[in-house]
Design a protein around this ligand. Structure first.
Ligand code: UFG
Length: 327
């Protein structure tokens, strides 16, 4: 099977490329390396290019007969999206439409799209299932939601079938230790906490202690990157076996507070972690937890690395490697 992975040099994309390689697929990564890393592409070919370049995409599709496209390439920072909405709509919406256009031209009909819990906005209830209303509260969430809404039109016009996977909080690292999270700047809780444990940063700020949760800090559903990739693999099979277009929420269904994550990191690393209590970060809902029963029922997906300690252990192994490499 020939699979195009857009954004295959990034955090989740690179884990996917590695997995597809082990499954015997021919993988082509298309990535502009704006935030990805060439050395994270462990399987197949890396083509450096931008989704804004329609001709480059046509050349690529001409060269390879792709059976399916997985699309991980996007900007992901909520705060930045509020400051720079055009940048988010340009990359996450317009560039994705270029990709879909070229897919249509070359009759590539299976598309797996990285969507997000941010398409739901402030939750009206938890756990959040696929029936929950989608009312994104920032340009990042809206940019992903716009693509979700456009896909049925591509299905109608070109018989293109898609699966949108709405990640909750992607975390962890490759269990083999070859890949991990390398965002620059890093904004996500688990890698930041572990950087505070390794000494790469002085402390971890807890954004808000007055939320309506048992310990006052925000609750999130952390899902191992490997389990996310497994869901993509199953989604690919689902489409190839004639499954209809569908959207799935992906999480473990269990929420952990910021304080619980820090306590887990202390237990896993055995290190002192300096905690600073700060004010709330704009746009953070108190509680985001997924109901993933649809993915489990339809795709046969089951998170295998659901335990928060395991997620933190793998991320810690990666952080320790970064520290050792930089010394
Ligand atoms: N947090 C801190 N201190 C930090 C960083 C984060 O207390 O230094 C807190 C946040 O306030 C939040 C929790 O830790 O309560 C998790 O924050 P992350 O930034 O790790 O993740 P988010 O839940 O904000 O974001 C994730 C994805 C986004 C996606 C969003 C869906 O990274 O891409 O879920 O709502 F949009």
């Amino acid at each position: 099977m020939n699979i195009l992975v857009c954004g295959g040099a990034g955090y989740i994309g690179s884990h996917m490329v590695k997995m597809l390689g082990t499954k015997g697929c021919n993988v082509v990564t298309f990535d502009n390396l704006s935030s990805g890393h060439a050395d994270a592409v462990l399987s197949g070919n890396l083509v450096q290019g931008c989704l804004s370049n329609t001709q480059a995409l046509r050349d690529l599709f001409q060269l390879y007969q792709f059976d399916a496209v997985m699309h991980f390439a996007s900007y992901i920072q909520v705060g930045e999206s509020v400051q720079k909405p055009a940048m988010y709509y340009q990359n996450n919406v317009a560039n994705t439409l270029n990709l879909l256009q070229v897919m249509a031209e070359f009759k590539v009909q299976h598309f797996i799209f990285s969507s997000t819990a941010a398409t739901f906005g402030e939750p009206q209830y938890t756990p959040i299932d696929e029936q929950h209303p989608q009312q994104p509260i920032n340009p990042y969430g809206r940019s992903k939601w716009l693509i979700e809404q456009a896909l049925p039109d591509f299905a109608h016009a070109y018989a293109m079938k898609s699966v949108c996977l709405r990640y909750f909080n992607a975390a962890g690292a490759d269990p083999d230790g070859k890949l991990g999270e390398r965002h620059e700047p890093e904004t996500h809780l688990i890698p930041l906490v572990l950087q505070a444990a390794s000494g790469r940063r002085k402390n971890i700020s807890v954004f808000g202690t007055d939320y309506d949760t048992p310990d006052g800090t925000c609750i999130r559903d952390y899902i191992h990157v490997q389990d996310l990739c497994e869901a993509h693999w199953l989604a690919l099979h689902y489409l190839q076996q004639g499954g209809a277009s569908q959207n799935f929420n992906l999480g473990n269904g269990q929420g952990f507070s910021v304080k619980q994550v820090i306590d887990t990191a202390k237990a896993v690393t055995g290190k002192h972690i300096e905690v600073v209590y700060a004010s709330r970060r704009a746009g953070d809902p108190a509680r985001l937890v997924a109901d993933s029963s649809a993915a489990q029922a339809t795709l046969g997906w089951k998170p295998m690395l659901a335990d928060l300690s395991t997620i933190v252990q793998h991320a810690w192994a990666w952080e320790s490697k970064q520290v050792a490499t930089n010394q």
